[in-house]
Design a protein around this ligand. Structure first.
Ligand code: SF4
Length: 334
């Protein structure tokens, strides 16, 4: 089968403002290489998780997929269509209907003066769906039922601040689904919610995936929710995917030292990974993406770093075993 989303060698470089003197001295322009050659595929009704610490490029990748940013280089295909080629307002509007986003903080993405009814009617009006008020009302009630905000008539008149965090996020999901999208980019959709309701919201998203046939790009710093929610995981570090594969394989048999370090940092250890929790295989902070280390970009923090190799030569993402990709010179040897 064809993937729903295909990303090919995607790059996004942000120029760093140069001082006047640097310009006069003829110093070359510098860039933050936020996304630096990322490729992956997402298949229908799958959840593909992009996992990493802040600054790894996962949110920028999500914004590129949403077409909120234009790539410096590379291609994005949705259902075979080259997204980077969409130029006219009409084309972009049609794309925005197909690809919806759920944000970390539903509150900041909702107009506080809107009632829940208006929050859900807005996308219908923008995209001209539902000709009459009655038709739109039916769609709004259905969407609320789908996310278990029931009975809808008790909620449509409320304002966002009158809902709990979990309810608000469910309304945000309803707002994304009301347009019947192909693809949803969910950027940390549960990280601001109480731990006790995270699983509930993810469970709902999973259920809707089956019912509505949507496909998700799930962006998170949290490997434990990725393991639960995702079918595939790509671990990002400083703009690159360093490990990618089926969620179970990546979690149960992590190969890249960075993935192992992330797993070791999971507060509630994942039972079957206890053996690696004893390691403390990471040092220091994520370097600034404006100063990416030479060679393997993880080398200053890696306990296994081999001098003369890791600090000079850039490893490539290679298929370590079937469908399990790793970007590390010592993959399988450590
Ligand atoms: Fe560590 Fe070397 Fe592998 Fe990079 S290539 S992750 S420095 S062992």
């Amino acid at each position: 089968a064809e993937p729903v989303l295909r990303v090919e060698n995607l790059k996004k470089y942000f120029p760093i403002k140069r001082g006047l003197l640097a310009g006069l001295r003829g110093e070359p322009p510098r860039f933050v290489r936020a996304v630096d050659g990322v490729s992956f595929e997402v298949y229908k009704q799958e959840v593909f998780a992009l996992v990493g610490e802040s600054g790894c490029g996962k949110t920028t990748t999500g914004k590129l997929v949403m077409k909120l940013l234009e790539p410096t280089d590379g291609k994005i295909y949705l259902e075979g269509q080259d997204v980077t080629e969409l130029k006219t307002q009409e084309e972009i509007k049609a794309y925005r209907r197909k690809v919806q986003m759920v944000f970390q903080d539903p509150f900041s993405s909702m107009n506080p003066r809107f009632r829940i009814y208006d929050v859900l009617e807005e996308p219908l009006l923008i995209h001209g769906i539902g000709e009459t008020k009655a038709e739109r009302e039916e769609l709004i009630y259905k969407a609320l039922e789908m996310v278990k905000i029931v009975p809808p008539e008790d909620y449509v008149g409320r304002h966002p601040h009158m809902l709990s965090g979990g309810q608000r996020q469910r309304v945000a999901i309803a707002r994304a689904l009301i347009l019947n999208p192909t693809f949803i980019v969910a950027d940390e959709p549960v990280s601001m919610l109480d731990v006790s309701i995270r699983a509930e919201v993810l469970e709902l998203m999973k259920e809707l995936k089956e019912k509505m046939g949507v496909t998700y790009l799930y962006i998170t710093h949290d490997l434990s929710t990725a393991r639960y929610f995702a079918d595939h995981i790509a671990v990002m570090y400083l703009g690159r995917i360093v490990e990618m594969g089926p969620a179970k394989v990546v979690i149960d048999n992590p190969i890249h030292p960075y993935t192992r370090a992330l797993l070791a940092a999971v507060p509630e250890p994942i039972p079957e990974r206890r053996n690696i929790i004893k390691e403390v295989p990471i040092k220091g902070e994520v370097p600034n993406a404006a100063n990416i280390p030479p060679g393997c970009r993880f080398h200053p923090r890696c306990l296994y770093m081999e001098k003369g190799l890791c600090d000079v030569k850039h490893p490539q993402l290679v298929e370590y075993e079937h469908n399990h990709w790793v970007e590390c010179w010592l993959a399988g040897k450590i």
